[in-house]
Design a protein around this ligand. Structure first.
Ligand code: ADP
Ligand code: ADP
Length: 225
């Protein structure tokens, strides 16, 4: 689903944010991306989503070489990827329902199909019954779950999340990570950036570790190196 071949990224005027990073995340696989602040986690996710471009190397997402993707092809790539941000980026001038419905409205689906899918997505994240509320009144953990519902509502084959539990306490963080595991169990490919090593080690999934832009570790906790 994601293949990086010797990918490097240098921002204008900066040092190398990623250096010669290579890995493959198979369809249906789930991995965490970890490393200290500034290690390159966000940069790697932005390259996957076509938000930034690689300086060198090659990136393939869902069988498509996106390394030099023309701008007009970006919407096609984005539709395959559900993105979750640390600050969830909800719109506070509309309801939970309308926040989650947004990707489907953009895709031009009919009202009835939108309503059905939004409720299915809210059900998956345990927020059925809150669709008429404004996200302002929800707790931080609930707001993040709205962000997850919005990311999955169009059923993308790939979910990427950038520090989705960065603002949450340990218990809520564990619940959010469990949600990602559940989406993975129904076939969604998942890549989650998190510096919370204690939490992600307990989940027993593959962990990619970046250090100063280099991929220094790629394995499962406890597995022989
Ligand atoms: P992480 O997500 O692991 O904290 P980032 O990918 O945000 O790491 O950052 C990796 C490196 O790239 C850091 O040195 C950061 O300062 C630099 N960087 C990130 N974004 C930009 C940008 N837009 N312009 C210049 N440098 C950037
Ligand atoms: P539907 O009634 O639309 O078939 P499901 O009950 O199967 O929905 O799933 C509910 C929601 O869970 C979906 O709208 C989607 O948000 C998410 N979901 C479930 N399975 C997948 C999948 N394989 N890929 C992406 N998202 C999924």
């Amino acid at each position: 689903m994601i293949r990086f071949d010797a990918v490097s990224k240098r921002y204008p005027g900066g040092g190398e944010a990623l250096s010669e990073v290579s890995f493959h995340l198979a369809r249906g696989e789930m991995a965490f991306l970890t490393g200290h602040s500034g290690a390159g986690k966000s940069t790697l996710l932005k390259l996957v989503a076509g938000i930034e471009r690689a300086t060198r190397g090659q990136i393939v997402v869902d069988g498509e070489n996106i390394t030099r993707l023309p701008r007009r092809r970006l919407p096609h790539l984005r539709r395959k990827i559900g993105i979750i941000f640390q600050d969830h980026r909800l719109l506070y001038d509309r309801t939970v329902f309308d926040n989650v419905a947004l990707p489907l409205v953009i895709d031009g689906l009919g009202h009835r199909e939108i309503a059905r899918r939004v409720r299915a997505a809210l059900d998956k994240v345990g927020l059925l019954g809150k669709e008429r509320l404004n996200p302002v009144v929800l707790s931080g953990g609930e707001q993040q779950r709205v962000g997850i519902a919005r990311a999955v509502v169009a059923r993308p084959p790939l979910l990427i999340a950038d520090e989705p539990t960065g603002n949450l306490d340990p218990e809520l963080s564990a619940e959010i990570m469990a949600l990602f595991c559940r989406f993975n169990e129904v076939g969604v490919t998942v890549l989650v950036a998190s510096h919370d090593l204690g939490l992600i080690r307990r989940l027993g999934r593959r962990i990619l570790r970046l250090d100063h832009g280099r991929l220094v570790d790629d394995g499962r906790p406890g597995a022989a190196a």
